[in-house]
Ligand binder design. Structure first.
Ligand code: ZN
Length: 160
C-alpha cells in the first residue's frame, strides 16, 4: 500500500539539526503515527513521504519555510518583571505559555536583567534546516473516525 491522502502512516525517525545534533527521535518509543494529507506533520516531510511504502527508508532535508518557518525577530520582546507575578525565580531557558495577538504560544526566556526579561516566541526549530532519517513502518487505511477527527487513534497516535 502506497502513502497517499488519508492513509495512516507509522514512521521511525531521527531529526537532526544543521550541526548534526539529534533534536528528536522515535528511538525507544512507538513509531510516530500520523494521518497523511491532514497537516499532522511538517509540510516538507509530508510531501516527500507521498507514494512511499512500508519498509522504505529516506533522508529528507527540509528548509525552514517548509518546516517550522523562518525566525521572526518581532517575536523577541523585552517585558517587565511584573508580567511574571507569582514566579519566584526567572532564569534563561524557562518556558511559559503566553497570550499573543496570534493566540496562545510558548515563549522561552532568553535573558534576565535589571531592565526586564527578554522572551522569544519563535518555535525552537524556526529558521533551522532540518534533516529527517525516516523508515516507514506501516501504511494502512484510516478509519471513518480518524478521518472525522483529522488524526490517528491508537498506538503512536491520539489516545482518547
Ligand atoms: Zn480523535
Amino acid at each position: 500500500m502506497q502513502i497517499s491522502k488519508h492513509k495512516v502512516v507509522a514512521i521511525d525517525y531521527t531529526l537532526t539539526g544543521p550541526d548534526g545534533a539529534v533534536l528528536d527521535s522515535s528511538e525507544g518509543r512507538e513509531p510516530l503515527a500520523y494521518l497523511h494529507g491532514a497537516g499532522n506533520i511538517i509540510a516538507g516531510l509530508e510531501a516527500e513521504l507521498e507514494g512511499k511504502t512500508r519498509g522504505d527508508k529516506l533522508d529528507v532535508t527540509v528548509a525552514p519555510a517548509e518546516g517550522y518557518g523562518e525566525r521572526n525577530e518581532a517575536l523577541i520582546q523585552q517585558v517587565p518583571r511584573s508580567m511574571f507575578e507569582g514566579v519566584d525565580k526567572i532564569e534563561p531557558g524557562m518556558r511559559f505559555n503566553a497570550m499573543s495577538d496570534a493566540g496562545p504560544r510558548v515563549v522561552v526566556v532568553t535573558a534576565v536583567d535589571d531592565d526586564g526579561i527578554t522572551i522569544d516566541g519563535n518555535h525552537p526549530l524556526a529558521g533551522m534546516e532540518l534533516h529527517f532519517a525516516v523508515t516507514i513502518m506501516d501504511v494502512r487505511d484510516a478509519t471513518e473516525e480518524e478521518l472525522e477527527h483529522g488524526h490517528v487513534h491508537g498506538a503512536g497516535g491520539h489516545q482518547h
